[in-house]
Design a protein around this ligand. Sequence first.
Ligand code: ADP
Length: 918
Amino acid sequence: MPSSLCEALTNSSISFDYQKEDDWITSGKLGSREAVLVFRTNILNPKIRKTLSEKSSAQVLTDTKDNEEEKPVQSPQKLAEKEPTSSEPSSKEALSGSTQQKIFLLKKPQQCDKLDKLTFSSPFKKILNRYSSSDTSISSEGEEPASSSENKSRVLKTSQNTINIKLAADLSIESGYESIAPAKTISNTEVIEEDQEETSEDDAECGINMPASKLKITYKFHQTETKLLRKLFNVHGLTEVQGENNNFNLLWTGVHMKLDIVRNLAPYQRVNHFPRSYEMTRKDRLYKNIERMQHLRGMKHFDIVPQTFVLPIESRDLVVAHNKHRGPWIVKPAASSRGRGIFIVNSPDQIPQDEQAVVSKYIVDPLCIDGHKCDLRVYVLVTSFDPLIIYLYEEGIVRLATVKYDRHADNLWNPCMHLCNYSINKYHSDYIRSSDAQDEDVGHKWTLSALLRHLKLQSCDTRQLMLNIEDLIIKAVLACAQSIISACRMFVPNGNNCFELYGFDILIDNALKPWLLEINLSPSMGVDSPLDTKVKSCLMADLLTCVGIPAYSPEMRSHFDQKWSRFRSTSCLRQATFPSTSQKTKKSKKKGAVINLNLTGEEQRILRNARLQYSRRGGFVRIFPTDDSMQRYGNFLDSANGIPISTPNVQSQTFQTPIIQHNYNQMLHQNLYSKDGRQKQDDNSEADRIWQYERALETDSEIPFVKKPTVEKCEVEGRRLRKIMLKKISNGSELTPFQARQTFSMYLESVLRRLTEDPKDNHEKIILKFLNKFGGSVKPPVMFRNMQTIKVASKARSAMVAKLLGDFLENYKRDTEAYVDSFDHFGMIPSSAYNQFLMHAQESDLEAVLTLHTNVTGIMPFLYNRCGLSVPPTPPIPSGLHGFLRALPSMVSSTGINRELSKYDGYFKNFDKEKVFL
Ligand code: ADP
């Protein structure tokens, strides 16, 4: 009996070419409730797209469908036997799936022998499952990567690594899997730089051939970084909807969602957040939730975060704690990220009284690589809170501080020694950015697997470390889950609507104990290096395949919508759908379902989804449930309903009747890990998981950069256009606020570039003074506000100033987007001529225009609107190079000016009226 969805498809008047959708659709036949899209990174690279169908080494996938997790993956050799030998299909054919050929992973020839033994003959052969994002048999032959760092000789690299890994790999062949694991299947991804064009025509052409395009599958972005994701969506044929249109299949937001949107989700719609997940991602909430578990379940079980206080409320508690165990303490603004505003103090009395902050015990003995402090970013996917299903991505990113670690108190001000944020360290002139995706242990950004191999070579117990990291993740989720589950019950109409990827920041101390620092909502998908791109694009493709974007046609969707609105009008509470005995029997007859007469319809759906999702997990490692999860964490779950309980007294209020008692965690665990061997998922054991974390990224594939064509600046042309602009301004033309802001931000960008390349003590002071007066979120941290306290001029200090200026610029540019010149105004400089000038202008050209404009008009449209009470008088600008920069601090209203700083304000003292530049 076909499902209602199949009927909808059959009745459809539109006929789709679904002939070979198997490459891009999985988990069920098209038209079935379970069919979802497959995402792969290999087609991000146009060259690979072309060669996919040409290479004879492409592999044929076995069609597994419903029970695929139980079928073993075939070895490359076996698969190769099946490939067609003649009449090579065109790339379009391959992509539209009109040939029998399918894409499968094949290792590089030189790796094959070892990997075959390891991968396909070992008990862990199924780990390289067919839906790994990087399935590809072709190595890319891209353009040269971006110029390599001249600092390469100073690279932070474990020089013995390569040799040792080879040795270890040899050993592992003899002794089984225990030693160093072989390469992960992440390879051949196109590197997308921050400023790169988002979508090429080629991408769009590729997308047109995809089932998602024919199915009219849509996505919507809301306040989020979109480059990498947009590219992934476009090449896979999804189309964007904008504005108020909520007819999306996938909503991807960078912020928490409006409950209204969540409430009205149809069963085929997916959103990338759970309601109330701020319980995990807000620093103060996270600490409070974990602290509650420490009280409830015992400190020894939840000792996963450094002791933390929320100021100003807990100021007294902080002092008491400090008197017991002296500092240092790390002070973080309550709502901030990327290291903004963080500073370290020796004692609480160094923290300003009014500071609204989260203060944590500073971990003074961090794990260091080659003397540099490091921390971890790992990616955690939660696909459901009840039952709890948590995956950890096999690859993570290790961030290193640029300056060698020294715990002496004199260095506490130095952010490039104590903080590992890329956004801080990237401005340090010693920061090494690896320019090759193969370099996993080079420079100040490593992969997690490279760190594990590095530690293993030093005889560290990496197995225990990863188990502790898994444990930390599970406990953090358990501590926050209760409130999220009750929100899901209230607002989420369908069990599969929400999923969420969290960025866990973890610090490892030198006893190899992991500490949770924070959990990031919408972890950054910005890509600043080939390594970053490789990891993040694979992560994203695997995530989308794993969570499953339903492959429904518009007809199927509208059918569902009608049905759904009827259902919604009666109730939106999932738990209210408690099936009768007759329902149980009916449901269990569904084709392909694993029949278990003891399960309700909802339970069968949950079980089936969990299995299908697991079969699509790609590089994700399921860490909950596992075979021993009930044994380890069962105590933290309510014995009746399986909910992780952190506030027993609230429980009765939150989970009142008419909710029907169920225990999905218990049910899922029992069914996945029962002694009945047929259903046992044996490739998720502790050993398998550790093996997967330690596998290296494939190391010998070239990764092409695709660069946005940049217009070469012409100095002579810049000077010529500058003269024209100066003349226009002298004759009374004015810049529009938009033009003025564009000029100012380009000018500051040039200053920033100069600061990082050639730090100038003097200019750092001016900038700091300007930012300090400007205030807001880029206000320098307390310890750093007075440059005079930091005596030694250093690269780290320059980096700090540059970071602050970078943050200012980011906000400033975002604000500038609101100023648009839709047409040329009378008396203003025509926008086309001005854009031409900006295209070629150098720092001195921009400065000359800003100076003259300010002196002639007496206004500062780059900082203030024309009038307003808080607009300070416009100061005259001195002539000469950097005169504008010197005047900059005095252009900002002096309310709140740091008194101490004003006495160093040399600008007014040295100002020579005669030299005003006109
Ligand atoms: P943000 O969200 O601003 O990045 P984090 O909590 O991630 O703030 O901290 C930023 C950096 O500060 C981290 O990279 C880490 O190196 C360091 N850090 C944070 N908390 C501690 C701590 N308790 N002990 C030692 N170092 C810490």
